[in-house]
Design a protein around this ligand. Sequence first.
Ligand SMILES: NC(=O)C1=CN([C@@H]2O[C@H](COP(=O)(O)OP(=O)(O)OC[C@H]3O[C@@H](n4cnc5c(N)ncnc54)[C@H](OP(=O)(O)O)[C@@H]3O)[C@@H](O)[C@H]2O)C=CC1
Length: 810
Amino acid sequence: MANQEPIRPSHALFDLFVTAESCRDVQKHFSALCEQLQVDPKDFRVFYSKLKERLNYWKAKDLWVKIDKRASDKDYQQRKACAENKCLVLGAGPCGLRAAVELALLGAQVLVVEKRASFSRNNVLHLWPYTVCDLRGLGAKKLYGRFCTGTLDHISIRQLQLILLKVALVLGVEVLTAVEFQGLEEPSGDKGWTAKLHPNPHPTLAFEFDVFISAGGGSFIPDGFKHKELRATLAIGITANFTNRHTVAEAHVEEIAGVAGIYNQKFFHDLLTQTGIDLENIVYYKDETHYFVMTAKKKSLLKKGVIKQDYSDAEQLLARENVDHDALWRYAYEAANFSTNRQLPELEFATNPAGRRDVAMFDFTCMHRAEHASLVRERRGKKLLMGLVGDSLVEPFWPQGTGIARGFLAAFDTAWMVRSWGLGVPYLQVLAERESIYQLLSQTNAGNTKNDCTSYSIRPSTRYPHVNLSAIKVHQVRLPPPPPEQNSAGGVEDLLRWCQKNTAGYAGVEVKDFTLSWTSGLALCALIHHFRPQLIDMSSLNESDAVHNHQLAMDLLERELSISPVVAASAMASSGLIDKLSMVLYLTQVHDKFKHFSLTSSFLCFPQPAAPPVAPEGNLGSVVKGDIETNAAPALGSSSEDCYSCGQRLYLLARVNAMGKFFHRDCFTCHKCGHQLRLGGYTFHQTTGGWATIDPSHIAGFRVFVFVASERSQLIHREQFWTSVGIVGSNAFLMAQGRETNAAQLLYFPHYPLLLFFLCRFGLVQACAGGDGPTDEENSTYSDEDVPSLSDEDHPQLSVLTPHPGRVGE
Ligand SMILES: NC(=O)C1=CN([C@@H]2O[C@H](COP(=O)(O)OP(=O)(O)OC[C@H]3O[C@@H](n4cnc5c(N)ncnc54)[C@H](OP(=O)(O)O)[C@@H]3O)[C@@H](O)[C@H]2O)C=CC1
């Protein structure tokens, strides 16, 4: 003992930093270490090399070896690719931190802001093999000894955050916790883009940046981005965390990687008969906690008193006041106990950040996905590149464990985008490339990414086998008109002021709002007259003939400016029927058409979702489209004017879009039973040209097939009903819906010729390869996550559309 060298303070501090178990401690020990070694993280360009040089400690060296190996990737250009860029990352969740690490490796100055003061989420994330490989490559094992030591690969969210926080700090990333991002501040004077932060950590010297990455989770959507809702039938998730005391008895209990009703009917049947708990699936991971996540059936939740009252609306159903929390934790407790054969001794709930039992019930019926992953804003000659990562980009469907895997892929893709930006690639090309890669994300699974995960890097071709970086062309990136200033409220006020200014002085016109002021139709006519006086003779108009005035104005706007009316003239003329939002939407388009030639240097850029409108080069006007207009625009080649079914005039707000055709909501009905169809729940009959419902209760014929398939494959529960069948490459897939819960399931059939044989044998296939597959939008169920090729026009598709009228069992 006597001849043992005293531990150096810096080594002790490094040990404390590495073993720190809370965000606060990590930051505290890191600051102390920096102080001890006299290295300043603000000196981000040389910080890491100085730290390495001054901390001559074998444990640290192990970490440097890992990080150096990663940093040696040629795409980082020795950490100089983005040396001139400054990046603000919103959110220190796993995806925000993972992105921050990559940006730092590219040499950028990176600031992360996180509104939470601590990392406290016990929930456990499934890790795909590549994420394990990636994290090991960053030194995860050096920073958390228990990393992936269990039988299954997973990690608690908080532990993953801690690992990534440590790596980020070592690379010179500044991380501010308990600081909320409240919006972007536009450049003024010499000052560039900054953020409104609360509390403001730099009151005197704001951080100016040219890259903004939003990783704020599913509920945070920055201005300028739009999200698409993917809605399925009701699916109720329950998560529960129990204390893990790491005893021998606990160690012996087997984890459950994921068991679904269709795979193990006996288990779920026994669970139901013995406990009254009815689940569709359950997962159990033994991590820092014993973590359970399950999908519960509504009926059993009602029966067990967890949900007090039945509502069809999921939000109302799961509203706090409609949930009995004691009954909920008993439900989760019993399910956990049963699924582990009551082998976990002394099951005791872990606590959540609020100090309560860590059990939660949530609705994952509806998930969101951003329409675009990137965007550029410019004000006063200063450009800002914006990107989304993590849940903010695509919310995962938890039973598939895609969250972190796709989250990290998006972080790499975003880093690749920032690299191009930093290297001076023209920004339209940067955006086009980013969106080309984004198209792949929802299709990605552990089986279709490249096998050799050790060679994964930010370069997309190292990860995606068939990536086409120019799938979206530069000319598809569009330039909408000046965005509403800062926030929508400001935009609406500006619009009102613009209307007031341009209708001032017209008799009988006083614009004060977006509703009553427009009832007579004179204001709309005045607006047109102001810009195109030759189109309207104002003196011929009669204030009391509101329908005529509106019809005239709407017809002119449609004929002269291609602006489709949003509602009928009669509705516009009725004071009680003008809807403010519709009016804002309509007037925004009028504003855009009259204003866009006076476009300033301000614009947003992002690609068009549909096929390119092939605008003449240099003619901004024909490319520029307002956000709302573009979203509402029909698919190419179809007319928005008349209903496909009844042929009558169709207004924007009253229509539904199915496979590129437009209908009145009331006209979109099943050709066999006359029921109104819902999006995502219909099929198009190729031979008859009719539309039909795929509501399982309408489909008698499918039941036969299900029975046959279950005998062959053991995969399928008898009471599931196929709702769609398709072929992707050499695989067939089936979408099935549970009879009771209607939760979507997706099953793959690797030998589709056999499947087809059975389908044909039983007369269930009437349309074959080459049929119009449903589009992304129409497939707005979870299949969107899993069967992305449905929307990929490059693949041949099979539509199987054979609903027979009549109810099952009839
Ligand atoms: N319960 C669960 O099991 C959950 C799992 N996940 C999983 O975690 C993984 C990573 O998710 P990731 O995309 O990183 O998102 P996360 O939700 O993990 O992280 C986002 C972070 O940003 C914070 N944030 C949001 N708005 C602001 C703001 N205005 N200013 C500052 N901070 C803000 C959030 O705080 P706050 O959360 O308080 O809004 C949160 O801490 C995914 O796999 C996801 O599926 C994510 C969420 C929940």
